[in-house]
Design a binder for this molecule. Sequence first.
Ligand SMILES: Nc1ncnc2c1ncn2[C@@H]1O[C@H](COP(=O)(O)OP(=O)(O)OP(=O)(O)O)[C@@H](O)[C@H]1O
Length: 678
Amino acid sequence: MSELELQAESRHHDRVRDVLGDMRRATVQRLGMFEADYNEGTKNRGKGDVGPDHHLGYSMARRGVERLEQLADRDVPMFFGRLWFTSGSDYHLGRIHVADERDRSRPLVVDWRAPLAGRFYRASVHAPLEVTRRRRFGFQGSVLTGFEDEDLSAGEESGSELLAAEIERPRTGPMRDIVATIQPEQDELIRRDLDTTVCVQGAPGTGKTAVGLHRAAWLLYTYTQRLERSGMLVVGPNENFLRYIADVLPTLGEMAVWQVTVDRLTGAADAPGRDAPEAALIKHDARMVQVCERAVWSHLGHIDEPLVAPYEGIRWTLDVEDITHAVDRARAGTRTWEDGRKSLQRAVLDRLARQRETRIRQPADGRWVTAMKRHPVVKLFFDAAWPRLTANQVLRRLATDAAFRREVCRGVLSGDESELLRSIRTGAKASPADVLLLDEVQGHLTSLEPDKTYGHIVVDEAQDLSPMQCRAIARRSAAGSLTVLGDLAQGTTPWAAEDWGSQMRHLGHEEAEHTDLTIGYRVPGAIIDVANRVLPHLGVAVAPARSLRSEGSVDVVRCDDVVTAAADAVEEALAAEGLVGVIAPAGVLGAVRSVVPANERVELVPSGLAKGLEFDHVVLVEPAEVVAAFADGAEVPGAGLRHLYVALTRAVSRLTVVHAKPLPTEMTGADLPSPTRA
Ligand SMILES: Nc1ncnc2c1ncn2[C@@H]1O[C@H](COP(=O)(O)OP(=O)(O)OP(=O)(O)O)[C@@H](O)[C@H]1O
């Protein structure tokens, strides 16, 4: 690396910053203009006056604001790499496209999502993709400190030190983007086209969340128009996790993605009711799909009399056979109750209209058809054959009408299981699972309006979703695609998935492409070795992670008082750089909190909520209690060990285990003390 070249690159970086400043000023000006136009256009308008196109004005203004946010000063470098091509041209690559208005001949920085930029991540000596040289830049904050070159045309391909440094870097806050160091196997997933649904199984720290978020940003850039219309959604396991990932998409220039938990998406988060574990289990069960479907469709009436509607002196008649045929066709040809009802209505009115033509040789005009539609006999007929239904009504009947419940559960649920459905409540007393059932029943009644569905949904920690939660997501992506991310070994809910095939079926995308990620970017070898001891005890067949990170340590502190020992461990941990996470069973956390208050460098996390998070240094308190805390039937059997596996895989550099009780046998080995038996 020559000093002169470094200076030239620094000058380019300064220029990019200046131009970004110009772009920002221009955007502010444009935004001001849109707003002024909009305000002017809405002034002095009378009722019925045609005004400006609100939607266009609004969306332009909003885009302006988003762009401003995107350009707001952040302590991030303006570019991270540079490519030279066989054609002789070369480009800098960064988080957003930067071009000088005064010289549009060539962009100063190309967005990492542009097709050309993909080669930065994938070009190799064997498949150079017309790239002759690749440069990676090193920054401290936003100050350029160096670069590394790989001369691919000369057969030079090096394990990058900058990449290693980025992966080894201490974590100091929420999740950050990885645009500078995306790996080829990750890039393959990020750039799959919009119509492809992918399902990624990956051990802890293999970059699943990172891939999902970067894929969302890439799709928004590549399919802007389609996704602007149809929308993009990111579903995460809990609010804490969403806070942890919240900054990634904005840093990548995407402000308008709704990031939400599945409970908030379905409204279950606001449901005040509580279910007994066995009732919740049955309500989330895949068999409830059939129960809900039957509960709706069993309302089809049994018609054993002809329809006779006297009108204009004639008895218009449909016989039972005709009616049955029309009902069967409507049932077979439609997916939802409401569509079926409309289809039957159309068929019946059509047949009556044809009768008019054949019997009195007069075509049925709109007025006649409307009159028939409103005819009391015809209305009564529809109400009997295909009544109007609401989801609340169907669920209430399932809860309260014993004969109905027996009928729709027959052969699907056992007698005891179907009795648990008596606990279903609607309205103000509904439980989260009841809200999901309502969503499911509603799904059999009507299709969701287009504004409630999404062109693409990224689903993280998908192994924890119940069949009913999956189906709620599937309904919201009816015409869209999914990126499904998870790790079967980290499944802890009572309904955690056992395999991805059935999970994808519940998610409505059986055709998904399945991929495994096994290279770990978070957990160092020494720590993953301990976690991998637990893995075979988790009852799932998944590949263990291989760590890319070498620097890391595990300390085990045997003590009499875990609270004091945890406080000491935190104090020691704070001597090094980075975030410290104290992961403890909920029952112990309160006592730990009284001596280790949380601050900007220390977070205290109950072991049930550690999923998806990471810390530079983890202090894991009383593993035996972590395992025991989840043996109460409200989780999947063996959930305790899975929580332990999750807790063991949160550390980027160091893990300190403090314990007074014997360590669980599943995690001990030659380098960790064997548990002492009482
Ligand atoms: N290519 C990469 N370059 C640098 N860092 C990376 C890369 N891929 C992933 N990481 C980092 O590794 C860490 C783990 O990534 P991430 O949280 O996406 O993994 P995960 O598979 O979702 O883990 P878990 O299953 O534990 O939730 C993050 O800090 C992420 O930024």
